[in-house]
Design a protein around this ligand. Structure first.
Ligand code: ATP
Ligand code: MG
Length: 127
C-alpha cells in the first residue's frame, strides 16, 4: 500500500502552508504492514499534524517512522507550547485516534515537554 506515503505528502503541504518547518526521519514505505494498520496510522498522522497546526504554535514539526519486524512506530514531535500551555478544549481527535488504535491493538502516548511528542505504535500482526 502507499497510503502512509500519500498522507505524508498531504501533511507536508499543510505544514508548509502554516509555515512550520518539516523534517522526516525514516521511510513511509511500509513493508509487512497490513493495509488496515496502514490506514489507521495514516489517520493518526493526519490528526496529529492537524493538532500541531491548530494548537501548538510550533515553528518545527518532525515525523519519525520506525519499522521493526513486530511493530511500526510513528512519532510526531513539535516544538510548540505543549498541552499545559494550552487552554485545553475537549475535542474528538485524540479520542478518535485512541479508539481506532485500540481496534488494531495499537497505542498512543503523549509527552509534553519542550513541545509535544506523540508516540503511536501498532503491531504488524493483528492478533
Ligand atoms: P478536533 O480534533 O475534534 O477537531 P481538538 O483538536 O481540539 O478538536 P483533540 O485533537 O482531541 O481535539 O485535542 C485536544 C486538545 O489537546 C486540543 O484542544 C489542544 O488543547 C490540545 N492539543 C492537542 N495537540 C496539541 C499540540 N500538538 N500542542 C498543544 N496542544 C495540543
Ligand atoms: Mg484535533
Amino acid at each position: 500500500g502507499t497510503k502512509l506515503e500519500d498522507e505524508l505528502l498531504r501533511i507536508q503541504q499543510i505544514l508548509k502552508a502554516a509555515e512550520i518547518d518539516f523534517v522526516l526521519y525514516g521511510s513511509a514505505k511500509l513493508v509487512n504492514t497490513p493495509l488496515l494498520v496502514e490506514n489507521v496510522l495514516s489517520m493518526c498522522l493526519k490528526e496529529a499534524v492537524t493538532n500541531v497546526v491548530k494548537h501548538s504554535q510550533a515553528t518545527r514539526c518532525s515525523v519519525l517512522i520506525k519499522q521493526k519486524p513486530e511493530e511500526v512506530l510513528v512519532q510526531v514531535q513539535d516544538d510548540g507550547i505543549g498541552f499545559e500551555g494550552n487552554s485545553q478544549q475537549r475535542g474528538n481527535g485524540l479520542a478518535g485516534m485512541r479508539e481506532r488504535l485500540e481496534f488494531v491493538n495499537g497505542s498512543v502516548d503523549i509527552q509534553t515537554m519542550d513541545g509535544t511528542t506523540l508516540n503511536i505504535r501498532v503491531p504488524n500482526v493483528i492478533l
